[in-house]
Design a protein around this ligand. Structure first.
Ligand SMILES: C[S@@+](CC[C@H](N)C(=O)[O-])C[C@H]1O[C@@H](n2cnc3c(N)ncnc32)[C@H](O)[C@@H]1O
Length: 330
């Protein structure tokens, strides 16, 4: 399988009889470490510990995206809900703690249901309790799945016509533009002509603001990044030294993205799945891209995926956008 950063399949690792989800984690790790530079998919950040660390990141003073997007949803919630209409089924790929969807649901007229789709299943189930409490009448149908693979809405979910895919958090920014087009194209095929996509997009801005957001003073983002190595130890019996790698986040202006790396401190190796991967001092493992979009950039991705942007809401500083996309006609 291609990972989110564009790796290619390599040779089959020595995986034995490992259950399927672990095997694909193992296969993706082995494939990714064989690339030059080595790459690991950001979707593997999110085990139970990683999901908790991400929630902590969202509260950090430097990490503006969550606060900014929530302020847009708070201020423009009624207008967004009016645009979505009544009886809407809300599907959220990568729902995390399902915090933002509450800001949408509270304004929606008679929502038909909520379908969170999350790779970090336990975290999703725990996080849904407050939402169930708050919206007692709302049918909630959680799906534990990788949204980059085909996934379906559970059978029997009512109100499927006119469904809206809610994709906040600028999770789209984790995908290089061609992969983003591919992913949104798949979302497009889940919708009928009455449906839409409510998309949270982080915008280009002062690089100093961006760099600070991914290099917080408290070191939580560094912990989040390093947790990927610890997860490989826990789940894949990888032999490695997490303290031998350092978190780094840099702004790549040409590609319009923040890049997160784990940088080798000295010569060392990682052994996993019966394979050994060697690192020299300063060698990076690329763990996440976070693309920041201009208006033209996101319009181009949307159009190539078969959508048109019909509405948009932003904050006073224009740092973040919540966009409504509908299937393009003609
Ligand atoms: C940046 S967080 C956003 C969370 C939430 N939507 C928000 O805006 O606050 C990304 C979330 O997507 C989930 N995720 C990432 N890649 C995924 C994948 N391929 N399939 C399913 N969930 C994924 C992660 O576990 C995480 O909870």
């Amino acid at each position: 399988m291609r990972n989110d950063l564009g790796g290619h399949p390599a040779t089959e690792p020595d995986s034995g009889h490992v259950a399927e989800p672990v095997r694909s984690f193992l296969q993706d790790v082995v494939d990714g470490l064989a690339l030059s530079p080595a790459q690991l998919s950001p979707k593997y950040f999110y085990d139970e510990a990683g999901s908790r660390l991400f929630d902590h990141i969202c509260e950090l003073p430097e990490y503006y995206p969550t606060r900014t997007e929530m302020s847009i949803l708070e201020r423009s919630g009624p207008a967004i809900a009016a645009r979505l209409g009544r009886d809407t089924l809300v599907i959220e790929p990568g729902s995390g703690s399902s915090t933002k969807v509450g800001l949408l649901l509270e304004h929606l007229e008679a929502p038909a249901g909520y379908v969170p789709v999350e790779i970090s299943g336990e975290h999703m189930h725990t996080s849904l309790a407050p939402l169930r409490e708050r919206f007692r009448q709302l049918p909630i149908h959680p799906v534990c799945a990788d949204f980059t693979e085909p996934f379906g809405v559970p059978a029997g979910v009512p109100g499927h016509s006119g469904a809206v895919i809610f994709f906040p958090g600028s999770t789209i920014g984790n995908f290089p533009p061609d992969d983003a087009v591919h992913l949104l194209g798949r979302f497009r095929r889940l919708l009928d002509e009455h449906g839409g996509l409510l998309l949270g997009v982080d915008r280009r801005k002062d690089p100093e603001v961006l760099k600070a957001a991914y290099n917080d003073a408290a070191g939580v983002t560094a912990e989040f990044n390093l947790n990927l190595l610890r997860r490989m130890q826990r789940e894949l019996d990888a032999v490695l030294d997490p303290d031998g790698f350092r978190h780094r986040a840099v702004w790549n202006d040409t590609e319009s993205r923040i890049e997160m790396h784990l940088v080798s401190q000295g010569r060392q190796s990682i052994t996993v799945g019966g394979r050994e991967f060697r690192f020299h001092d300063g060698d990076p493992i690329v763990t996440e891209y976070s693309y920041k979009y201009s208006d033209n950039g996101i319009r181009d991705v949307a159009a190539r995926a078969g959508f048109e942007i019909t509405d948009g809401w932003t904050d006073e500083r224009c740092w973040f956008s919540v966009l409504y996309l509908t299937p393009a006609t003609g």
